[in-house]
Design a protein around this ligand. Sequence first.
Ligand SMILES: NC(=O)c1ccc[n+]([C@@H]2O[C@H](COP(=O)([O-])OP(=O)(O)OC[C@H]3O[C@@H](n4cnc5c(N)ncnc54)[C@H](O)[C@@H]3O)[C@@H](O)[C@H]2O)c1
Length: 379
Amino acid sequence: VALGAAIIGAGFIGRVHARSARLAGADLVAVGASTPEEGEEAAKELGAARGLRSLDELVDAPDIDVVHICTPNALHAEQVRVALRAGKHVICEKPLATSAEDAAELAALARATGVVAAVPFVYRFYASVRQARALVADGSTGSVRLLHGSYLQDWLSEAADWTWRIDPELGGESRAFADIGSHWCDVIEFVSGHRITRLSALFHTALPERLAAPHRAAFSVPGAGDDLERRSVRTEDAGFVTFETDQGAVGSAVISQVSPGRKNRLWFELDGADLALAFDQERPEELWIGARTGGGTQLRDATQQASDAARFSLLPAGHPQGYYDAFEAFVRDTYGRIVGEPADGLPTFDDGARSASIVATALEAARTGTWLDVPSTPS
Ligand SMILES: NC(=O)c1ccc[n+]([C@@H]2O[C@H](COP(=O)([O-])OP(=O)(O)OC[C@H]3O[C@@H](n4cnc5c(N)ncnc54)[C@H](O)[C@@H]3O)[C@@H](O)[C@H]2O)c1
């Protein structure tokens, strides 16, 4: 029997979830949005059976097994609580919550209820990333010494660029670091098997004032319908972190949403004693393998790669896969876990709580200009 899925929040990523849910074999039962009317409309548009007028309807909805929370960050915690109390499996977008305390509470609640609770750290679902993880795990890289890279975007590089993420009331106190630095830290810990234990951070707001357009959808161009107002900005456009890991490596990352020409360039390099590995999200079919002699760029190829990487090769080598495929794989693995299948590397609420804890530590380190320990969280 197909799982019944509900999507809450039908913006950019809600639509990606809806598509992935269908491809992973679920019935799209319901869609909820900012208002009951918008929910009805989005449900029609996405071909769901009905719009949700209120989250309370989840309690009496036996046809809904799994709820996807795809709303602005500050709404996640309360919406997740409602979904968990209704006994549903939950996929909640990152950041799981806008405070480390809320995220830890949600992770504990999910553990106590025994449902599957996942967070789309979706870059874990590229075959090249799994291959990198396998090359560290089987000892090919030798011990990992350095972890470094960046996650750069340009969609907020001008004063007229606006998203709800800029407003701390909706996005949380950290913006660039919580929004995309969270992905970078998750993927680097995932691939290396290391944990960031101590960090320092420098946050920077390049545009202290912007033209706010509160009703503009994410990643859309300024339009005539925008209701513009000048607002001062309290969240960071960029963040630099330096860190140490539990296994003696050191690293750094540059996180920015104001880097012209970089669209969604999550890039990391891991330097081991024998090999280095590098991955660029804008070229996800490739894994660079650095060596004193030899080395080169390996293309995704299920016949040549570790079984965990091959699991995410859905097309023959040379037939490019991308973001949609990674997202679909994440949702497929989450649904697999719901029906009792193994899903190695599934990012859970514990990973979401860990991420929120790293974000909170970076924010505090940036504020105080000090090195701080990252509190350990359950894994
Ligand atoms: N995992 C990823 O790769 C990834 C990528 C993009 C966004 N995200 C996350 O997804 C979330 C949404 O981001 P987005 O880019 O889709 O934003 P968006 O602005 O495109 O969409 C948000 C949607 O939520 C709806 N909404 C607002 N209040 C609501 C409410 N009370 N109930 C139901 N719906 C409500 C809005 O109408 C809008 O359609 C954020 O938490 C973001 O961090 C994750």
